[in-house]
Structures are given as C-alpha cells and as structure tokens.
Design a binder for this molecule. Structure first.
Ligand SMILES: [Fe+2]
Length: 190
C-alpha cells in the first residue's frame, strides 16, 4: 500500500501542478507546486511500479501479424488525463530515445534505476532561418545545446518547460553502479 500511496501522491501533485488554471510559469505558486511534484517523484521506488532491474534479463518480444520482433525500448502507460500523462520508459543498455520535441510542454523525468544521458536543446523561434522562396517545407530553427549530463536515481528529477530543454535525446548508459546487473535505464516521465 505504501507504493500505491507514493504513486497517488505523484498523481495528485501532477493534477495540482499541471491543471490549466494553475499553469503559469511566472506564478510563484506554480514553481512551488513543481518543487513538491519533484519531491513526490523522489520518493517513488521501482517496485512501486512492479518493475526491477531483473526485467532486463528478459526479452521484450512483440508480434505483428506473423512477424515477431525484439524490442530494445518499452513504455508503460501509468495514466493520463487532459492535463498530463504519466509513463515509465524502459531502455535496454546502450539504447535510446532519438531526438524529439515536447512542443509547448512542461515535463519531469526521474531515473528509477540505471543511468541515462540526456542532451537537451533550446530552440529560439524568433530566429527562424531564412529559406529560399522555393522552399515549401517547414521553417528551420537554430537550436543550442543546453546541457549533456548523466542522471542516476539519486539525482533530482529533470525538468523541461516550453522553450527550455523540451527538445532532447536520451541514451541509456552501461551498467549502473547501484544495480550491478542492470542493463536498462528507467525513467518516469510526466
Ligand atoms: Fe522526451
């Protein structure tokens, strides 16, 4: 029951933090809510979600028609509503989530076990590159690397916000020191 209570605390705090009426980054109350959400995420444990490093020893197999595939990444959908979603990403050692965007979103990620390296980027929409008149594709925006850092379970949750760090790529690192046989990284993403 303690694990369920820890998950419920995250859900309740995420609802408070990300409900549309409270979502103003300039509001001190929003930042206070976000800090309390990070504290709630710091208290959660892998077993609360019924996962452990041993899951890495298994093959993650899925089938489409008659074809069988082995996955190197998986996602557990914990829950979602109109204001936020909660999920668990599992990455086999050395695998990653390629460069992607969370346009206009806030987010928090917590490593539950293993290690991940995150490279975050900032995009300045005011600096859209001029394109040839014949170019009919989307505008091209320059991005700056915000940071490249390895995160572990003892680290505070990583946050992103609209315009700051919401473009990123994630790479699972080799074995975690805390879990000797671990070859996956696990992150909780709001
Ligand atoms: Fe992401």
């Amino acid at each position: 029951m303690a694990g369920l209570a820890r998950i419920q605390r995250i859900v309740d705090q995420a609802r408070l933090t990300f409900s549309a009426s409270n979502l103003s980054i300039k509001d001190p109350q929003f930042n206070q809510n976000l800090e309390e959400l990070k504290q709630a995420m710091n208290s959660v444990k892998p077993e609360d979600f019924n996962v452990s490093p041993a899951i890495a020893d298994k093959e993650w197999v899925y089938q489409q028609g008659v074809d069988v595939y082995r996955a190197n990444a998986a996602c557990m959908d914990v829950g979602q509503c109109k204001d936020f979603s909660i999920g668990i990403f599992l990455l086999k050692d050395g695998c990653g989530l390629p460069l992607h965007d969370h346009p206009g979103m806030h987010g928090c990620m917590k490593v539950l076990f293993g290690e991940i390296e995150i490279t975050s980027y900032c995009m300045d929409e005011s600096k859209a590159l001029k394109t040839y008149e014949s170019w009919k594709g989307p505008l091209v925006y320059p991005c700056e690397v915000l940071s490249t850092k390895v995160y572990r379970p003892e680290d505070d949750p990583i946050t992103l916000s609209p315009g700051v760090g919401n473009i990123h790529e994630i790479q699972s690192k080799p074995k975690c020191m805390m879990h000797d046989n671990t070859d996956i990284s696990l992150a909780s993403v709001l």
